[in-house]
Design a protein around this ligand. Structure first.
Ligand SMILES: *Cc1c(COP(=O)(O)O)cnc(C)c1O
Length: 230
């Protein structure tokens, strides 16, 4: 089932678009099944769950952190995380830099951009991210590598609205690339699109889609579910 879902989704993706399998709340058996079907990039949004899964699953998995990250938890994922999609404050960037330095590595991050209508979503507004980049302090954080932007669209059936939001982020990406990252070839990623809207995101330049339920089915939000063997 999982392998068929993966196949179906991959068949709709351009070859250059990477698929992040969002495995939060799913047990390691489900991740192993996706791994056996060739999936190597997994996305999680809770530190404890990510750390527990990383410890028992194959070492060639690329682990992406996609949820709101508290500064006091960065240290637990700093040694192995491949990409943090949800860098949403300068304070968090400072901590990622500190932990990256301790581990002797630069940690890749995306600047999370808030464009959705919902109040609850984290991230910089386009104005805030420009202000933050203008101020320039981020350039001192040499153990953080900013490789692009991440965004979520409003949770709605209105596809025109979703497309408009992704379009705003895509334009912002090109503007920021020209204004602040012209000398940084690594600034090339646009993480946009989930199960319900990844094709719209792909049409607006997404290089990385984060798909969960379409691969693994509905999530069981009983928080201990992922720890149990099924
Ligand atoms: C859960 C989650 C996803 C995946 O959502 P699905 O609708 O299950 O595909 C993608 N991105 C983020 C940030 C998430 O928290």
């Amino acid at each position: 089932m999982i392998s068929e879902n993966l196949q179906k989704i991959r068949a709709t993706l351009k070859p250059e678009v990477r698929l992040v399998a969002v495995s939060k709340f799913h047990p390691v058996e489900a991740l192993q099944e996706a791994y056996n079907a060739g999936q190597r990039i997994f996305g999680e949004n809770h530190v404890q769950e990510l750390v527990a899964k990383e410890a028992v699953l194959p070492k060639d998995i690329e682990w992406h952190f996609i949820g709101h990250l508290q500064t006091n938890k960065v240290k637990y994922i700093a040694p192995f995380v491949s990409l943090i999609h949800s860098m949403d404050s300068l304070k968090l960037m400072k901590e990622i830099d500190k932990q990256g330095q301790k581990c002797g590595r630069a940690i890749d991050v995306l600047l999370q951009i808030h464009v959705a209508a919902e109040e609850t979503k984290f991230g910089f507004t386009p104005e805030e991210v420009v202000q933050m980049l203008d101020e320039g302090g981020w350039r001192n954080y040499t153990h953080v590598r900013v490789v692009g932007l991440m965004a979520m669209a409003t949770n709605t059936d209105n596809e025109a609205q979703i497309a408009q939001e992704f379009d705003i982020v895509q334009r912002l990406f090109y503007t920021l690339k020209a204004d602040y990252f012209a000398d940084k070839p690594e600034f090339k990623e646009l993480s946009m699109g989930m199960s319900g809207d990844y094709l719209i995101a792909q049409a607006h330049g997404s290089t990385m889609v984060r798909v969960g339920s379409m691969i693994f089915g509905a999530r069981n939000y009983n928080t201990t579910q992922w720890q149990q063997s099924t």
